[in-house]
Design a protein around this ligand. Structure first.
Ligand SMILES: [Zn+2]
Length: 500
């Protein structure tokens, strides 16, 4: 009789509410928050009230009792002890991996289907073939959202993005992550976004240098500065579909007789602006809104020359302090400085300090991007979240960590378009598009475009270009364009993708 019971319940089932959690003193708060979030997410995705985990220990050392070859974790089926160590890289995947081992214990049915999770089909992490349980855990640790996105790219674009077996992945999705549809919150996969032909931004005449590329609602704007004639600027409004120059304007940005004229293209909700700084013995700053009907100059006393966006009559620039130590980078002060275009009056907005509880965001922290939602300012923190200003002041919003977001561009209706990258088996990245509606906090399923960025070129010279293709998203009304350029290149290649 007890044998039969053992077969049905191979472990002592514990309610998630009764799980004992122990945390080492050396575990930092952000990392712990990230781990607890993964645990909550897993419970939600599985839809189960009980598991084969009795205790969870979060450690900060390397001294794990290792049974499997997961990333920095261990699970003992006999005692229900799950340990994960933050000393290893990516403890969140480590935790998910061990939770998967516990699920293998809970569901004996896995073992009966010999076709699934074939022994030796995956590397267990040390060059040796994994046993069936390990193959299962490695397939399950991918999580439902990542698996769904990878499946879409594989099916729709015919690009190999995962070494996991599709049938095994699907089985895991159905049986382990049965409630994940709510977690992914994406609905069914969209058709791939149809993309138009690629056109290249090239000089309309010799001796010009590219100043900037941006988007208006119905056109792509390209600005060029003359090398031969200081202060002479050519602005092109091009049709996004084929790059044909619809309108060309020329203006003298500094003068008269400038000896040095610094010109920059600034983005804004109503289309790009052009800022010029310097020129004569009397320092001057000039500002134009680049409308299709022609550049409209706004008298300005604004003195900053590297403002990033012009929103609602104010030229905004992002500023922050950060310190760097062994633990990575940490932001210590954060604000945006504004200058009202017509009066020159200075404005400062203090942003809340980012406290996104995401894995390793301090370590992967890269420069934030200033953008906008409607007519309000927003800041995108890659790998972390979005800070937005509004009537209630500044507020933060997390972004899904399972989407590899490579670029942002505001849409015409208060939405934010994101460029999503899915890495393939050759190290390249298939580009997709995903839309966030910040007011509702909802995401649309990422749509693959099937455009692929090649793998970065390895280089020994750390001062040389990184070898990564630079990618940007341009958004207008009803269209989005992928702009990309090779390392060290000036020219952009632009492809328009139809958006819903
Ligand atoms: Zn394992």
């Amino acid at each position: 009789m007890w044998l039969l019971l053992l077969a049905c319940h191979p472990c002592t089932l514990t309610d998630w509410d009764d799980l004992a959690v122990r945390i080492d003193a050396g575990v930092d708060e952000d990392t712990l928050d990230g781990l607890l979030r993964v645990l909550d997410q897993f419970i939600g995705w599985s839809g189960r009230e009980q598991s084969c985990v009795r205790t969870l220990t979060v450690r900060s050392d390397y001294d794990l009792v290792r049974e499997g070859y997961g990333a920095g974790g261990s699970y003992r089926s006999t005692t229900g002890e799950l340990q994960v160590s933050t000393a290893f890289e990516d403890p969140e995947t480590g935790l998910l991996h061990e939770l998967c081992h516990a699920t293998w214990q809970q569901d004996r049915a896995w073992r009966e289907d010999r076709e699934l999770f074939p022994r030796g089909s995956l590397d267990r992490g040390d060059g040796k073939g994994a046993d069936r349980e390990e193959v299962f855990a490695l397939t399950c640790e991918v999580g439902p959202q990542q698996a769904l996105r990878q499946a879409w790219v594989q099916e729709q674009c015919g690009v190999g993005v995962t070494d996991r077996d599709p049938a095994s992945l699907q089985r895991v999705q159905e049986a382990v992550y049965g409630e994940a549809a709510a977690g992914a919150d994406w609905g069914p996969a969209g058709e791939p976004a149809p993309v138009g032909p690629t056109w290249t931004v090239s000089e309309p005449e010799p001796d010009l240098q590219l100043t900037g590329v941006d988007a208006g609602l119905d056109h792509v704007v390209v600005a060029w500065s003359s090398r031969a004639e200081e202060g002479r600027v050519i602005v092109e409004h091009r049709a996004p579909q084929d790059g044909a120059v619809a309108i060309r304007h020329e203006l003298q940005a500094c003068g008269p007789a400038p000896y040095l004229c610094l010109v920059s293209l600034l983005a804004g909700p109503d289309g790009p602006w052009l800022f010029a700084d310097g020129g004569t013995q009397v320092e001057e700053q000039r500002l134009w809104q680049l409308l299709p009907t022609g550049p409209v100059e706004h008298p300005t006393l604004c003195e900053q020359g590297d403002g990033e966006v012009v929103v609602d009559g104010t030229m905004w620039e992002l500023a922050w302090n950060w310190r760097e130590d062994d633990g990575g980078r940490e932001v210590t002060g954060l604000w945006v400085d504004g200058c009202q275009v017509d009066s020159g009056q200075a404005v400062r907005e203090i942003l809340p300090m980012p406290s996104f509880p995401l894995r390793g965001w301090r370590l992967t922290w890269t420069e934030p991007t200033l953008t906008w939602v409607g007519q309000d300012l927003a800041v995108w923190w890659p790998d972390a979240g979005l800070s937005g200003s509004g009537e209630q002041g500044w507020a933060e919003q997390e972004l899904p960590p399972h989407l590899d977001l490579a670029g942002v561009a505001p849409g015409p209706d208060g939405e934010l378009g994101f460029l999503v990258q899915t890495e393939d088996l050759d190290g390249g990245h298939t580009l997709g598009l995903s839309t966030l509606w910040p007011a509702a906090g909802t995401w649309e399923a990422p749509t693959p475009t099937c455009e692929v960025l090649p793998a970065p070129i390895e280089t020994d010279d750390t001062w040389a270009a990184t070898g990564e293709v630079e990618a940007r998203l341009l958004r207008g009304r009803g269209w989005g364009a992928l702009a990309r350029r090779a390392p060290g290149e000036q020219e952009w290649n632009v492809t328009v993708a139809a958006l819903r």
